[in-house]
Write a protein that binds this ligand. Structure first.
Ligand code: PMP
Length: 361
């Protein structure tokens, strides 16, 4: 603790992102990145932007990308906010819509950035216990005191709530903003974006990092009532007018335009996920029915910690959360078929090795 720190800095407990090892030989299945890379049109758009306009500030509201999102989702431009990754939009939303005297709620097992933002902005929060099967008890979110945040599909479980259930939660919180974090929704059946025109208290937050394979470019967007969007813009413009740079705007706009590439790569990942689930079950894992680009699994006999360590020694990085309710689980990103084939081979060897050493001891 440094004596010059403000009270705000003192009370923060920063988020710890998944390991980013810069070794090209490592297979990274720990931060839900997309194995296919972005559409080739993304780099073309970035190169052409680079040649022409880097000496000029970008459009403060990222107009080009707003136009693409407006066209793609059939929503008006005043319902769209663009941010430097959806993390930034979530942070702005906590500041724009939640209060230090009103307790917000989110699931006890979810994206661990939510409590970090709450602490940073001094917002009290209630972590609502999940059902035993890790599903979200929707009714426990009705009539919240100060706001609701739900990731759908949830992370790290991968479980998805039907849009009708999301609507129930939004409807039963008329005095609160309900944030639905749809980071993984393109791998799931249906988005809540269709509800936005009906409910002035719903903000849907999306990212280009996963389904559009642009984690390195840092682009997210939110869709909500114009009143909410204006609130977000007021916060942004009190920090930094240009949160999204020209290359990011050009690249992410191109990614949205290349619909064929998007559909093809999404479908490949979903197909790989559906092939991976039975393979994991065959090997003695309990696997939650994921609707995301990762699976959440627990082995009946072998500890998640030792599987995590041994996979890492073999060059495969998965995510293990050292938290009481989920310490027996691993979150594994769905990579390409080739990566998952290699992963299963390594996993077989690791399991065999652990079983053999158990017999010897
Ligand atoms: N929400 C959830 C549930 C996530 O898992 C992530 C990725 N870590 C994010 C938001 C943030 O994504 P990004 O900032 O890359 O848009």
């Amino acid at each position: 603790m440094n004596k010059f720190w403000s009270e705000t800095v003192k009370r923060t407990k920063p988020y710890v992102p998944g390991e980013q090892l810069n070794d090209p030989n490592i297979i990274k299945l720990n931060t839900n990145e997309n194995p296919y890379g972005p559409s080739p049109q993304v780099s073309e758009a970035i190169h052409s932007e680079m040649k022409r306009t880097l000496h000029l500030y970008p459009a403060p509201d990222a107009d080009e990308l707003c136009n693409e999102i407006s066209r793609y989702y059939h929503v008006s431009k005043d319902t769209i906010f663009i941010g430097n990754g959806s993390d930034e939009i979530l942070a702005f939303s906590f500041m724009a819509f939640f209060e230090p005297h009103n307790q917000i709620c989110f699931p006890a097992i979810t994206y661990s950035f939510y409590p970090v933002y709450a602490k940073l902005f001094n917002i009290p929060y209630d972590e609502i216990a999940l059902n035993r099967d890790f599903t979200i008890p929707a009714e426990d979110f009705f009539g919240a005191e100060g706001g609701v945040v739900i990731a759908n599909p949830n992370s790290p479980t991968g479980l998805y709530l039907d849009v009708a259930v999301i609507e129930d939660i939004v409807m039963n919180n008329p005095e609160n903003v309900v944030i639905i974090d749809e980071a993984y929704i393109d791998f799931a059946p249906d988005s809540a974006v269709s509800l936005v025109t009906k409910y002035p208290n719903l903000l849907v937050v999306r990212t280009m990092s996963k389904s559009r394979s642009l984690a390195g470019l840092r682009v997210g967007f939110a869709i909500g009532d114009p009143g909410l969007i204006e609130g977000l813009k007021r916060i942004k413009d009190s920090f930094n007018s240009y949160t999204v740079d020209r290359l990011a705007i050009a690249g992410s706009s191109a990614a949205i335009r290349d619909e064929d590439y998007f559909q093809e790569t999404i479908q490949k990942i979903i197909n790989t996920r559906e092939r991976l689930i039975p393979e994991m079950k065959k090997r003695g894992f309990h696997v939650l029915p994921s609707q995301a680009n990762f699976i959440f699994v627990s082995h009946y006999k072998i500890s998640a910690e030792s599987l995590y360590q041994r996979l890492k020694q073999q060059g495969i990085l998965v995510r293990h959360f050292d938290k009481p309710d989920i310490e027996h689980y691993l979150r594994i990103t769905v990579g390409s078929d080739e990566q998952m084939k290699h992963f299963l081979e390594v996993l077989d060897n690791v399991i065999l090795h652990i079983k053999e050493s158990a017999v010897k001891n």
